[in-house]
Design a protein around this ligand. Sequence first.
Ligand code: ADP
Ligand code: ADP
Length: 222
Amino acid sequence: RPVLAVRDVHRSFGMDTALRGVDLEVQPGEILAIMGPSGSGKSTLLHILAGVLTPDSGSAHYGSTVTSDLGEAARAKLRLSEFGFIFQFGQLLPDLSAVDNVSLPLLIAGQSREVAVRQARRWLERLGLAEHAEKLPSELSGGQAQRVAIARALVTAPKVIFADEPTGALDSLSAEQVMLTLTELSRASGTTVVLVTHDARTAAYADREVVVRDGRLSGSAR
Ligand code: ADP
Ligand code: ADP
């Protein structure tokens, strides 16, 4: 049974049609790369899978939950409890240290500060960032900041990680390290990963690639 699915999904923004009939299933533990040219609808598809956006028609599913039938508040709650998010850049809060950034989702989830900080340090250690725990985002390299973002996405033990161009702002060596880290951790924990990228080397870390062209899935690249 798929962990995520969309069925005949259509979505427009005013006159702009982003998705025109997309069907997709993601299996538990799968690492899926969504590829395609800029403006083809990749981010919109990711956002509908993640319950950030709802489709105009068709349906979106998380397990047995029809997320496209839920209101914004219920989807926000689902995202907080089940999903982790990684973006291209600018996602760490600039005035908080690495360890405070990673603690934040646990504090929001109601954990005590002591537990949150302990867990955050454990994840930073696991990502080889222990000595950077007290640094501000501006004191980290792009690759280090992106690994802190991975720690922050994983600290709540989400079922699914959604990553929108996670290597888009990185040089190729940092991009490789980030993808290795992300895929190793997700394989170790069985976490499903859905990532959007237009970089073939980033997509090569996935188990499967699908390509979006002009709002439609144009088949699997492999
Ligand atoms: P990508 O790097 O995936 O192409 P964009 O820079 O196009 O992303 O878009 C980034 C964010 O802005 C996405 O969340 C997308 O939904 C939103 N967005 C894209 N195009 C527009 C637009 N024309 N007007 C408003 N928001 C947009
Ligand atoms: P991609 O991620 O492949 O670059 P997007 O899903 O961001 O593509 O965008 C697909 C189309 O939908 C584009 O034409 C984009 O301008 C439009 N779009 C996406 N998000 C928005 C938005 N929030 N408001 C207006 N137009 C949007």
